[in-house]
Design a protein around this ligand. Sequence first.
Ligand SMILES: NC(=O)c1ccc[n+]([C@@H]2O[C@H](COP(=O)([O-])OP(=O)(O)OC[C@H]3O[C@@H](n4cnc5c(N)ncnc54)[C@H](OP(=O)(O)O)[C@@H]3O)[C@@H](O)[C@H]2O)c1
Length: 293
Amino acid sequence: MNTAKRKFSVIGCGRVGTCLAAFLFKKKYEPAGFFSRSRTSAQAAKAAAGCGMVFDTAAQCARAADIVFITTPDGFIEPVCEDLARQSALGPKTMVFHLSGAHSSEILAPAKQAGAVVGSIHPLQAFTPYEPGQENPFKGINISVEGDPDAVAQGKDIAAALGALAFAIPTESKILYHASAVVASNYLVSLVRFALTLLMETGLREDAAFEILSPLIQGTLSNIGSKGCTRALTGPVARGDHETVSRHLADIDQKLPQFSTLYRLLGSHTLDIAKDGGGLPEEAKQILSSLLK
Ligand SMILES: NC(=O)c1ccc[n+]([C@@H]2O[C@H](COP(=O)([O-])OP(=O)(O)OC[C@H]3O[C@@H](n4cnc5c(N)ncnc54)[C@H](OP(=O)(O)O)[C@@H]3O)[C@@H](O)[C@H]2O)c1
């Protein structure tokens, strides 16, 4: 891969685009152009980068660069890419990246058909609007990279230049990868909220309930990290204690029936993990399995 300084443009100067402009290591990557729906956003990104030009159109902006980052909201990536291809704004060596987690590089097909190299890089981070002097939000985070082989190599270099750690994923796995991130982040919130609701039923407020459960949650995460999921699993399902599970269900069915299905679904998934661990008596497995159906 060519490791010479490469010019980049940002189309869509919001949270992520402006942070790219500010933190992509200037000794390796040169900010060349900025375009956004509003000129004010493009000018703010230019100010964050400290150099480059603000352009009137996305096509002009793309022509100024070797690497084009389309950092619009997800729904605009494809139309912006189509526009760039239609305007012949992409040379055969231009690399086009988007930063969405929910889409693969396949939505950049118009750029590929126009001869460009395409890829997606997804930073596993929640970005807030850029503020001058802020810490680098890419530092130490994980970034997935997928796409054409040259784009994957370049994407890894971009991640390193941002101070992040890169890992490659196959294009066809991008949506499952994103589902995994959603489960790990958003559904963890749902799971904690479920646990809090059960505890709040005893008369506690949400903040007090969280304070009580927090060391248990943190300790469990730490055990998963040190022992893996199967060995980190404790509790009645892992012990085959179907009587306790049965009493949980009776109380939940009576007092919080809206959570009956969720408890059973999670319990059933937990039983699968307990089975993986081995050692559960056959009878306990069967009773738990029918209780949690
Ligand atoms: N935010 C996160 O935490 C996060 C994390 C990982 C990945 N991502 C991904 O990063 C990408 C950008 O997200 P974001 O959070 O930075 O979004 P954002 O803050 O809403 O910024 C998007 C920017 O694109 C500009 N824009 C909208 N339509 C445009 C168009 N047709 N042409 C040119 N510019 C246009 C907007 O315009 P103006 O300001 O000019 O009006 C806005 O500044 C998305 O693909 C998202 O999935 C976001």
